[in-house]
Write a protein that binds this ligand. Sequence first.
Ligand SMILES: *[C@@H]1O[C@H](CO)[C@@H](O)[C@H](O)[C@H]1NC(C)=O
Ligand SMILES: *[C@@H]1O[C@H](CO)[C@@H](O)[C@H](O)[C@H]1NC(C)=O
Length: 270
Amino acid sequence: MKLLQNSLLVSFIAIFLTPAYNGEEIIGGHAVKPHSRPYMGSFQRDFKKKYIHHCGGALIKENWVLTAAHCKINIEELKSARVLLGAHSLTKEEKSKQSLGIEKQIPHPNFNSKTLINDIMLLKLNKSAKINKYVNLLKLPQGKVKDEKPRTRCTVAGWGITNAKSENASDTLQEVILEVMDRKLCEFSQCSKPTLEVTKDMICAGDPKGKKDASRGDSGGPLICKKKYTGIVSYGNNKIIKPGIYTFLSNKYLAWIKKSIGAVLTKERY
Ligand SMILES: *[C@@H]1O[C@H](CO)[C@@H](O)[C@H](O)[C@H]1NC(C)=O
Ligand SMILES: *[C@@H]1O[C@H](CO)[C@@H](O)[C@H](O)[C@H]1NC(C)=O
């Protein structure tokens, strides 16, 4: 699997369909200060009675997490899946941890796994998280969102692997600093998927030195630019470090989030 991914011939789909296992992971990053990102959630699947990190996500309301549509799992898996909040280490016992079940996945109805268009999904938790020092909300952008200029500095955090040679997810939350990149330039540098169009609803970010990246297990996690929630980790290349592609939290998506949460609340009320 790893060898295959090294090859330029490998289909992008193969990487893309296995969000946690070998892909979107922070490479060349560093551990974050414990609990400095209290909105970070680990979307986990139950694998033979053990939880495995599947994707990242951000807590946007007490019972809602925002992640990527390509992180969607099947209904059977969803029953035993969870979101872990308040974690720094995934495996150690930490009093700050809160584990919540998932009632519903709401992927964007027009998500396209080939073009990556609309790679955004809401998770409704089965109860509300307790807000405290370790678990808190990440505010969605307010008002009209403006595009981010190339070279803007951003950060991404995740529990993906930290070493391109290792299959293992990182036990502690890691982060990298990246720069926004021009969309056309980004298209040219995606040599494993040269036909990918980076639309206005996507944002591209990478390490100017080409040494750091967000990758598979980081999928769904938030991209923070100028201290604001700006994007969602969508697609990154595993071994060949290229700028990553993020769903840009544009006005279109902010409206979709509001509408989707509103529709669920209305349905529950009546
Ligand atoms: C929420 O889901 C978890 C994990 O599936 C389950 O253990 C728990 O009982 C559920 N809680 C409620 C309030 O439904
Ligand atoms: C990955 O994790 C396994 C099991 O915990 C461990 O035995 C192995 O040494 C780890 N591999 C690397 C490269 O860290």
